[in-house]
Design a protein around this ligand. Structure first.
Ligand code: HGY
Length: 424
């Protein structure tokens, strides 16, 4: 085990055992046989965890409100109700075969802070809101981060509600099915600052034996949906020279994603994560292949350069195979720099808690990226075993998550006093 075990002060206010119990309780909703979760947004499993989140926060003295996107806000009033809340957010939806930590650690850390404030009798100046954002993962409805995106004005409600999943279900229908939509207009209230805790979902903190990641920003990323259209013909009677084989062209184009990213090493990454083909029949030459592409790099110019290389490769393969290749950009998230004042509050908190820490940029997208467009925001990371995430074996330790929650709480308390030298 890495020797960054946090030497937290005796009572940093965070009850690690209660936090861990909350995490294991949440993991029961959509639990998979291999110890992960399948909790796609706005499914019955998501409804179960949402109800659990509401019950738990209310039991700790918070009032729960929900907006038109299903974003949940657990609010603890402050001494000065006229102040805009300080928000601590995350998400509870997962990929189809996800782990029980990503996103959830942020939610249970927020709950742990509610518990610590309640038990310590500390009443902050600002109201505090613990937020569960809808559809962070984008696994069911693309693009990702729809709930925080509408809240931050990146997407309109109409755009989000009109998103359709693979089964043809509209986002709006799915919201109604689990009765997740609330009456509050999404994005209708101000915030003073936004903090988010998650596991790093990567290998750096564990490799460097750091207890805390001070997240200064998030890399740029773009998602595409690619459709390769050829011609369905008989596998036995069609000469090789007379085919327009969509799968053969798609296979080479998919392989180019790896080549393009490797050519932009060490930071660029490229992934084909979802594939479907028609008619998917052993004795028919495939007529159509659809697949996803995810390109990322801390430098937006590199993401664009990778896209251009991909488009050039697609044009060449379309000519070579006699197929048509359509590339539709479905998500463009430019690289994000978080607010230095919030970063400084987190850095100061790690020092006051005597925790090993280092700054880093997030490889994964988070709701904080959209919140950062409308309110001072930054993130805290804790290590995860082997850097593994979006995998049922994803794991992190109680001690590390409690340390992250303690940093979140200390940062919140500092911001509560003042975020900006100019503010009272
Ligand atoms: O795709 C991401 O980076 C995040 O897990 N939604």
């Amino acid at each position: 085990m890495p020797n960054h075990q946090p030497n937290l002060p005796e009572n940093n206010g965070i009850d690690a055992d209660a936090l861990w119990h909350d995490l294991l309780e949440a993991a029961e909703f959509g639990a998979t046989a291999k110890g992960g979760v399948c909790r796609l947004t706005l499914t019955p499993e998501d409804r179960q965890v949402r109800d659990w989140f509401a019950r738990t926060c209310i039991s700790l003295g918070a009032t729960l409100s929900t907006d038109g996107m299903g974003n949940q806000f657990a609010r603890l009033e402050g001494r000065e109700p006229g102040l805009a809340p300080i928000a601590i957010g995350s998400h509870l939806d997962s990929p189809p075969s996800g782990g029980k930590f990503a996103g959830v650690v942020g939610a249970v850390a927020g709950i742990a802070i509610l518990r610590a404030l309640r038990e310590s009798g500390v009443r902050t100046r600002h109201p505090i809101e613990i937020v569960n954002w809808t559809n962070e993962e984008g696994a069911r409805f693309s693009p990702a981060m729809l709930g925080s995106g509408v809240f931050s004005g990146v997407f309109t409600s109409a755009f989000a509600l009109s998103r359709v999943d693979a089964s043809g279900t509209f986002f709006e229908e799915a919201l109604a099915t689990i009765e997740a939509a609330g009456s509050a207009a999404c994005g209708s209230h101000e915030l003073t600052a936004y903090l988010e805790l998650d596991i790093e979902q990567g290998p750096v903190l564990e490799a460097e034996r750091c207890a805390i990641g001070i997240v200064t920003g998030v890399q740029g990323m773009r998602w595409y949906e690619v459709t390769v259209s050829g011609r369905e013909t008989h596998a036995g009677t069609t000469p090789m020279t007379m085919r327009a084989d969509a799968l053969q062209a798609a296979a080479r184009l998919m392989a180019s994603v790896q080549e393009i990213a490797l050519n932009r090493a060490p930071h660029a990454v490229g992934t084909v994560g979802r594939v479907s083909l028609k008619p998917n029949n052993p004795n028919t030459v495939p007529g159509e292949v659809c697949f996803s592409v995810d390109l990322r790099d801390p430098n937006d110019a590199v993401v664009l350069a990778m896209e251009n290389s991909f488009r050039d490769r697609a044009a060449a393969l379309a000519r070579e195979y006699g197929v048509n290749i359509g590339i539709r950009e479905v998500w463009d998230l430019p690289a994000t720099q978080f607010d230095q004042r919030v970063i400084d509050a987190i850095a100061h908190a790690t020092r006051s808690l005597h925790l090993t820490a280092r700054e880093l940029i997030s490889g994964a997208g988070h709701d904080a990226v959209y919140l950062a467009r409308v309110v001072p925001s930054a993130m805290v990371f804790v290590p995860c075993a082997g850097g593994l995430s979006h995998n049922e074996a994803e794991s992190a330790t109680k001690e590390d998550i409690a340390a992250g929650a303690a940093v979140l709480m200390q940062s919140l308390l500092a911001i509560d006093v003042r975020l900006d030298p100019l503010t009272a």
